[in-house]
Ligand binder design. Structure first.
Ligand code: ZN
Length: 693
């Protein structure tokens, strides 16, 4: 017993993770030991003592990093939800050697040789299903990471990666510094007219923190968007807009030359690895498979959105004229959000705060558990006494109808100072085959939702309810996995497929019958009044073509820069980008508009969302389309639920996602359901457009 308690708690996978015993000083010794062990296990696989078979090559490779993955996942998790100075320092210290270790795996030539020997052996010809896929994927991935290059090629690849890391890090710093360098201090109260009281108060506090008198506005999201949406003074809106769209172009933090160089390096990397362009390199392993598919997808959605987009823009101009007279000036980019908000208020009179009393967190969670009981026969029960990292955290077990224990999860919903922002799911332990039965999975879902306050329980806005459902969807994808190969299990799927299980859950937050499971007034128990429910549904369609066009425009910029852009032919990448974005914007862009210089999705890391921005819309098409089976077959239908579980939730990446999707839907994805969701569908359209070639 005493031995066990003295052992480093990060060494050895334990299902009930001893969160109460893990300390910052455990991190470095554990990771050092696990790195040593993993290196020696890899060398063992590469040495190939016996004849190569699946178990001593790929099977072993699949398991070799499990203890290290576990220790890193637990440490990363604690650093996200219960951090302190020493823990952050320990985590930062182990990151470089750990990432160098993972990057080095495909470049280990003995290991690559052992895998190739096995792949060429008669034994491997017998492989089917999951094992065959794991072999193919492993070989493709090794090649994409440079395994086939000669020593000079490997050195060139490394040099490209080093420069890309430096440039993209600098890109991110420039955006941050440039954003922070701007402030606007307003000293006269009348200038604040139009702003909601919360925005005024936060601007006052911001000025006070900086020792200034008046109200302070920055270019950070909340400030910027409340000014653009609400502030009456057009000159101030314009000043903020103009500052925002030239971020990271000042001489000392100019990202424009970095963009040109990053694009050049990415193209060189693609060429070196045998791909036509960076987009084809990135997309080989995604559901879209290549850049032509992703482009065709965007083109199609654009053509189906354009008419409504023009209509919306005309309606906005007409709305402005209806309040300011026929002589109202042309709409400028700094006017769009402002008049759109006035139009929204006039049309819908919908205040999302009115829904809050109907969304008490405990009821939402209970409704969600009831939903998955009906759909999948799951039983979710809370267990107390399990070690956690904070008293706010709850732990739950998930059992199947048959009584089988499928896994457990922690839920950590409220903000704290030692916790990072946003919402996410993390897989802590991935189960797999064992004797007897299947080892259970373990995961965690986190958020920063409205906490209980002023004697009231936690009352959420609708977007927060969607967040809970979304993260729970990722969790189901993890907990219901029956994939035997760890590297292909659960949420380890292509980037443009991983949001299907999560986003589809959000659909149940928009249906009357499922809302009635959990949306009850926290004092009276009344369901959401019909008039409020109808307003909420209608408001969802407001200017939906504009938001869709905006996303499509970013998707086009991303793909075109990574496929077609050529500096000789197209000139400056900033001007090139501006010409594209203009087609997706409701108002004329200023000539110095340089939004691309602050587009961190594309350029703030060596890959990031580069050539992958289309995935946002792709996943929306999948979730809207897949939900039509529930809509038509009954939103509580066990039959449809069990199909979804069999073909999607339990299958991870054990088969091509396009094939899994076809198994569930009986056909390829169809974007019509997404267009219908936003009131953009037209009658008599083509049947499907996402079919694979
Ligand atoms: Zn997600």
């Amino acid at each position: 017993m005493s031995n066990d308690r003295d052992a480093n708690p990060l060494l050895g996978v334990q299902f009930h993770i001893p969160f109460d015993r893990i300390r910052a000083e455990d991190v470095e010794p554990a990771v050092t030991e696990l790195l040593r062990q993993s290196r020696s296990d890899l060398a063992e696989i590469a040495r190939q003592p016996g004849p190569p078979g699946y178990e001593n090559t790929l099977g072993a490779l699949d398991l070799v990093t499990e203890p290290l993955d576990y220790a890193m996942a637990v440490t990363r998790h604690l650093e996200s939800v219960a951090t302190y100075r020493e823990l952050r320092a320990a985590f930062n210290a182990v990151q470089p050697p750990v990432s160098a270790f993972y990057t080095g795996i495909p470049l280990n030539s003995e290991l690559w040789q052992a895998i190739k020997t096995y792949a060429a052996s008669p034994a491997s010809a017998e492989l089917t299903g999951e094992h065959r896929r794991y072999l193919t994927k492993t070989m493709d991935s090794f090649r994409r990471h440079g395994a086939e290059l000669d020593p000079a090629g490997k050195r060139q690849l490394e040099a490209l990666d080093v420069e890309l890391t430096q440039l993209t890090t600098k890109f991110a710093e420039n955006v941050l510094d440039s954003t922070n360098a701007f402030e606007l201090i307003l000293a006269d109260e009348p200038d604040l007219a139009g702003l909601p009281p919360t925005a005024v108060e936060s601007a006052r506090e911001s000025a006070e923190r900086k020792g200034k008198v008046g109200w302070r506005f920055t270019l950070q999201g909340p400030d910027y968007f409340s000014v653009m949406t609400y502030l009456d003074n057009v000159a101030i809106r314009r000043q903020m807009y103009e500052a925002y769209c030239v971020r990271a172009t000042e001489s000392e933090r100019d990202n424009r030359p970095l963009i040109a160089r990053i694009l050049e390096l990415r193209q060189q990397k693609a060429t070196l690895l045998g791909f036509a362009n960076f987009a084809d390199l990135v997309l080989e392993d995604r559901m879209a498979h290549n850049s032509a598919r992703a482009m065709a997808f965007l083109e199609d959605l654009k053509s189906r959105t354009e008419t409504r987009f023009q209509d919306e823009n005309r309606e906005l101009i007409e709305f402005r004229r209806s309040i300011e007279g026929a002589a109202a000036p042309e709409l400028q980019p700094w006017d769009v959000a402002y008049y759109a908000e006035k139009q929204r208020a006039a049309l819908y009179d919908f205040d999302e705060e009115a829904l809050r009393p109907y969304f008490q967190l405990e009821n939402v969670a209970a409704g969600l558990f009831e939903l998955v009981r009906r759909l999948y026969g799951l039983r979710v029960t809370e267990e107390s006494g399990v070690p956690v990292w904070d008293a706010q955290v709850r732990y739950y077990n998930v059992h199947d109808e048959s009584g089988e224990f499928l896994g457990g999860f922690y839920a950590d919903w409220y903000p704290r100072e030692n916790k990072r922002g946003g919402a996410w799911m993390e897989a802590l332990i991935t189960g797999g085959p064992s004797d007897p039965g299947f080892r259970p999975h373990l995961g965690v879902i986190c958020g920063n939702l409205t906490p209980p306050a002023g004697g009231k329980p936690s009352l959420l806005i609708h977007r927060e309810v969607e967040t809970i459902f979304h993260e729970f969807g990722h969790l189901l994808h993890h907990l219901l996995s029956r994939v035997e190969t760890r590297s292909l299990a659960g949420t380890a799927v292509a980037w443009d497929f991983v949001e299907l299980p999560s986003q589809i859950m959000e659909n149940w937050c928009w249906e009357r019958a499922s809302l009635d499971l959990f949306a009850r007034h926290y004092q009276t128990g009344e369901p959401i009044p019909d008039s409020l429910f109808r307003k909420m549904k209608r408001a969802r369609k407001f200017r939906a073509a504009n938001s869709q066009m905006r996303q499509l425009g970013f998707g086009f910029v991303d793909l075109l820069l990574h496929i077609r852009y050529s500096p000789e032919r197209d000139g400056d990448p900033v001007a090139y980008t501006r010409r594209i974005i203009q087609k997706f914007s409701p108002a004329p862009l200023p000539p110095d508009h340089a939004m691309i210089a602050a587009f961190t999705h594309l350029f703030a890391s060596p890959v990031g969302y580069g050539a992958g921005y289309y995935s946002y819309k792709w996943a929306e098409v999948l979730d809207a389309d897949a939900f039509t089976r529930f809509r038509d077959g009954g939103i509580f239908s066990r039959e449809v639920g069990s199909d979804f579980r069999t073909h999607i939730l339990s299958r991870g990446d054990s088969e091509d996602p396009a094939e899994l999707y076809r198994r569930f839907m009986g056909r390829d994805p169809d974007p019509r359901a997404l267009l219908e969701r936003f009131g953009l569908a037209e009658v008599g359209e083509r049947q499907t457009v996402m079919e694979s070639e």
